[in-house]
Design a protein around this ligand. Structure first.
Ligand SMILES: [Zn+2]
Ligand SMILES: [Zn+2]
Length: 254
């Protein structure tokens, strides 16, 4: 049993206890996923009170399209007022900043795969909160070379975690067939060119289905938009996007 499974087992045992025993009996050895402090009471996620408070959760007033938090009265953010993806919408539990960035980096670059449980739980809660629709979950793929380099595809791990929690089947229906440059170095137009023809549908079962596309970070939406294009071309009914984090709005580069 790995660390995450052990923690989960302890938490399940704890949930089964009568309410009045809980305060006195919170199990030892359950620690915050980020800072490692021991947890002393039941929490929604595997995080201590301090890390939860510092976690940049997205508030209630969001862009109806990409789901980023909006601090004025508008219905759409600047990014979405200018251009519209072919996917129906994106929703994310977190702004890609501070503790959220730290957590995603620890997963991607630190190999801390147990974080998938916490991040996946946040994503599943977001799906329910926004009444999202998905009949099949599809992760954003990596090329074989990219996956070999990292050892895993974090979007795929998150997809399976979310699928398990929401009881929605996961189908790795997309393949990434072209090596691409680092997206963050490129402008919007270059991003689209870089990713053009990068994705292919490898399972025709997406036809007539509502797809829930999963990735770790929504930056400009170019990646999920390219994936959505090929899924729609394969005649899926619609694509909704669920990502762990969305970047704060920045002035567009072009
Ligand atoms: Zn903590
Ligand atoms: Zn938006």
């Amino acid at each position: 049993m790995n660390k995450a499974e052990l923690k989960e087992k302890l938490r399940q045992w704890f949930k089964g206890l009568p309410e009045k025993m809980k305060d006195a009996l919170y199990p030892e050895g359950i620690t915050c996923d980020i800072c490692g402090d021991e947890l002393v009471a039941e929490t929604r996620y595997h995080l201590c009170a301090k890390c939860t408070e510092e976690m940049p959760f997205i508030g209630d007033h969001i862009c109806l399209d990409c789901g980023v938090q909006i601090d004025n009265e508008a219905d759409y953010c600047d990014r979405c007022q200018r251009s519209h993806g072919v996917y129906k919408l994106n929703r994310s539990p977190l702004i890609y900043d501070g503790k959220a960035r730290e957590m995603v980096h620890a997963l991607k670059f630190g190999g801390k795969k147990y974080l998938v449980t916490t991040i996946g739980a946040m994503m599943a809660d977001t799906y329910i909160k926004h009444n999202m629709q998905g009949e099949i979950i599809v992760p954003v793929p990596m090329t074989d070379k990219e996956k070999r380099k990292r050892g895993f595809n974090q979007a795929e791990l998150l997809a399976y975690e979310v699928g398990k929690r929401l009881d929605i089947p996961v189908l790795p229906a997309l393949a990434k067939v072209k090596e691409t440059s680092q997206q963050k170095e490129l402008s919007g137009k270059e991003r689209a060119e870089n990713l053009s023809k990068a994705f292919e549908v490898v399972y025709p079962q997406v036809k007539d289905r509502k797809i829930l596309l999963i990735d770790d970070i929504f930056t400009t939406g170019t990646t999920v938009n390219e994936c959505s294009k090929v899924l729609l071309k394969a005649k899926c009914k619609e694509v909704s996007v669920l990502t762990a984090c969305i970047t704060k709005l920045k002035p567009l580069m072009e």
